[in-house]
Design a protein around this ligand. Sequence first.
Ligand SMILES: Cc1ncc(C[n+]2csc(CCOP(=O)(O)OP(=O)(O)O)c2C)c(N)n1
Length: 876
Amino acid sequence: MTDLSDFGSSAFWRVNPKDPDPEETREWLDALDALVAAEGRERATYLLRRLLEHARTRRVQLPPVMNTPYHNTIGLAQQPQFPGNLEIEQRLSAIVRWNALAMVVRANRAFPELGGHIASYASTADLFEVGFNHFFRAGRTGDLVYFQPHSATGVYARAFLEGRLDEEQLAHYRRETGGRGLSSYPHPRLMPDFWQFPTGSMGLGPIQAIYQARFMKYLADRGILDGDEHRCRKVWAFAGDGEMDEPESLAGLSLAAREGLDNLVFVVNCNLQRLDGPVRGNGSVIQELEGLFGGAGWNVVKLLWGADWDSLFARDDDGVLLQRLHETVDGEFQTYAATDGRFNREHFFNKYPELQALIASMSDDDIDRLHRGGHDPVKIHAAYDAAVRHQGQPTVILAQTKKGYGMGHWGQGKMTTHQQKKLDSEALSAFRDRFALALSDDDLEQVRFVKPAADSPEMKYLHARRQALGGYLPVRSSVAPGLPFPPLAALAKLLDGSHGREQSTTMVFVQLLAQLLKYPGLGPRIVPIVADEARTFGMQSLFRQIGIYSAVGQLYEPEDHDELLYYKEAKDGQILEEGITEAGAMSSWIAAATSYSTHAVPMLPFYAFYSIFGFQRIGDLIWAAADSRARGFLIGGTAGRTTLAGEGLQHQDGSSHLVASTIESCVAYDPCFGYELAVILQDGMRRMLEAQEDVFYYVTVMNENYAQPPLPAGSEEGIRRGMYLLRASALPEGRSRVQLAGSGTILREVLAAAELLEQEHHVAADVWSVTSFTELRRDGLECEHWNRGHPGQSRPCWVEQCFAGWPGPFVAASDYVRAVADLIRAWVPGRYVTLGTDGYGRSDTRANLRAYFGVDRAAICAAALEVLDAAAVAGP
Ligand SMILES: Cc1ncc(C[n+]2csc(CCOP(=O)(O)OP(=O)(O)O)c2C)c(N)n1
C-alpha cells in the first residue's frame, strides 16, 4: 500500500505532518468510532471539547481546527430527496446557458468593443438555476438576491424565457443608449424595474448583502416589518472566489455571525479562477475561505463534488482519494478542468495504485464526466436546503465549479477564459452537442436565441416553479407610501437663530434631528447611523433618548448607568452604531435608503461621518447608493479643510463637494448658518419623502461655534437653489464696488472681508451666501442645454438671475479646493476670482490655517482690492 505519509513537500504536508505511529493513531480513531456508535455524535463533541480543554492546560499546541476534509459537508445519507424534475431542469438550464452565451457572442460579432463574459455564468449557471427553480421566493415578502455581476447574462436569459424580457432587449445587451438595451451588470439606476442591487464593483455586493440582512432584523425587532411575515425571507449573495479577496467582501463577516444572521446565505462560486489566472494557484481557496468563514462564526457548507463522486468516496477505505485531493493545489485543479478524462486518469488517479484501482472500471469519458459539486443540481439543492434551514448563524456555501464549464477546450479551465467573448462555429457546435440543444446548423450560425413553445413541458415547468415561489425575480418596485414631514414653519425655533448664543451647524443638525425624531409618523422611520463618532458630533444624547440597536439588548450595566444620558443598547434601539467601519455604516445607510423599494417601507436614514471619510474613503459605496436610487441624508461632519483645525492632513476635507458634484442624484450643500441647514433638510424631505424623487442629500456641517442669525425674509428659494443675497452694501452709489460670495464657515470670513473693505478701503461689498456651488452648476448646465434646444430663446440660470444688475468684479471663497467655486465660472458675468484650500491639510489653529490657504478675511479683502485695481486699469 502507498505510504500516504510520504507525499514530499506539498502544501498539504506542510500543515499535516507525518504519522510516527500509525498503529496508535488507529486505536484512538477506533475508540472514537466506537464512542460515536454507542453514544452518538453529541457525546463525542462533548468529549472532544473536554479533551481540547485538557490539552490546553497541558500546553499542547492545538491543530488548526477550522478545516474539514475536501469533500461535501452534506453526506449522501443526509441528502434530501430532490423535489424537481431533473431532466426538464437540465434542458431548461441548457437553454438558459445557450441564450446567455448567444447574447455575448452576438453583441461582440456586431460590435467587438462591447465586451462581456461567457465563462463566469457558465460556471455559475446551475447555482442560479437551482435557486430559481426551488428557493428564491419572489414578492414583497420574498428573498433578496445579490447576483454575481458578470453572470448577469444568465439572469437576462432566464427572464427572456419567462417572458419578462423580449428578443430585442437581448439583442441590445450592452447597448443602452437607445432605450431598449440591457445593462452590462446589475444597475437599478439603468433598469429600475428589474435590478434591485448593484453588484458590479467587486466586494460591494457581499458587504451590502450582510448589512441588508441585518437591516431586515432591525426592522423586524423594531416592529416596522412584521416579524412573522418576514421570518422566512432570505438574503442570497452570490460572489466569485476571486471577489472574496476584496476587503469589503470580508469586512462584515464577523458582524453577520455576531448578529446571528440566519436570514443570510452566501454562495461563493469557487471556480478557482479569477480574471488573470488562478485565485490560489499554490493553495486552496476553498480551504482558506472555510477557515475564514468558520473562524468568523459562520455555518460553512462545502459543495465540492457531484453525485458521481459518491461511490468513489464510499470505496475510498484508506482515504487515498481524499489525501490525493488534499495534496492537489488549485493550480492543478484548474489544469484538470482544462483537460480531458485521459489526462485526469494519468495525472490525478494513476499517481497511486489504490486510486488506479478505484477507477478501474471507469472509461476516460466517465472520468471526464465526473462533476464538481456546483454543477450537480441535486447536490446544490441539498446545500441550499441545509442553508435555509440552518438557524442561529449565517451560512456560506463554498461551491466548487469549473470556469467556462461546457466550453470545451475553447474555454473550460483556460487561463484566458474570463475574457472569452467570441466563439467560432466549431466551438458553438461543440457547446450544442455538450448540452444536447435542439439547434440547427443555421441556428448555430445565426446564434439564434432559443425559446420553447409556451405549451412545451419546459415552459410549463418553468412557470409553474416560479408560480409556486410567488412570481418572478429580480423585480424592483418603486411604489411606496410617502412619509409625513414637518412644514418649514414647524422648524421656527431653528429658523429664528440662536439669539447671540454661539452654536455650530452640527449642533443645529442634532437639534433638528431630535425634533424630527418626535415628529408623528416620521420619528420612528428615522435611522441615525454613526461609525463611532456620535460623541464627536454631539449626538450622544440620542443614545439614551432612542437607544442603540442591539439584537440582544443590553447584557451589561453600562459604566455610566447612573448618568442621565447613559449608553443604552436595546433590542428596539433606533440608532445603528456600526463601530469603526465607514463601509459597514454606508451599507446600512444604503439598506435604509432603499427600504422604500426593497420592503415598501420608506425610512429616512441620516449617516453622520467625518466628511473626509465619505466620498474619499468609501466613494464607491456612495456611487453604488446612487445606482440603487437611494433616498436619505449623508451628513459630512467636521467639514472643511480649515474648520476642522487641529487634525491635519488625513482628516481635513477639501474635496468632498467636488466629488459629490460628479454624482448626478447627489444633491450637495455647504451651508453656513443653521437656518440654511433647516431649509435645506426640510426641502430634502419634501423631495425624497413626498415627491419621491430618487435623489439623496449630502450636507456638510461644521464644528465651529458662532452666533446663528435668523432667516432673512424671502431667502428660502435662494437657499434651495444655491445662492442668495445676504448683505447689500449700505455705502452710497459711486464707490468702487465688488460682489463677494462664500460658502460654509468661510462665508463668515467673506462677511468680515466686506466690513474691512468698507471700513478701511471705502469699497462697497455685497455678500452672497452660496449654499451649493454644485447645484448652481447643475442649474447652469441645464439652462444651457435648454437654450441650445430652443434657438432664439434664452432661459437665464440662477447665477445669471442673481448677478443680473450686479456688475462685479466677483470674488468667491470656500473651505474646499478652488475648483469648487470655479464650478459656476461660466455664468458669472464679469471678472471672477476664486479662493480655496488647494493642497494638503495640516494641523494648526483655524486662523493660521485660513491665512495659510488664503481664505481668511485679509486674503479675501486683498483679492477684492487686486481685482478692483485690475478692473480700474482695464477700464469699463
Ligand atoms: C472593484 C472591482 N475590481 C475589478 C473588477 C473587474 N473584474 C470583473 S470580474 C473580475 C474577476 C472576477 O473573478 P471571480 O470573482 O473569481 O469571478 P469568476 O468570474 O471567476 O466567477 C474582475 C477583476 C470589478 N468588477 N470590480
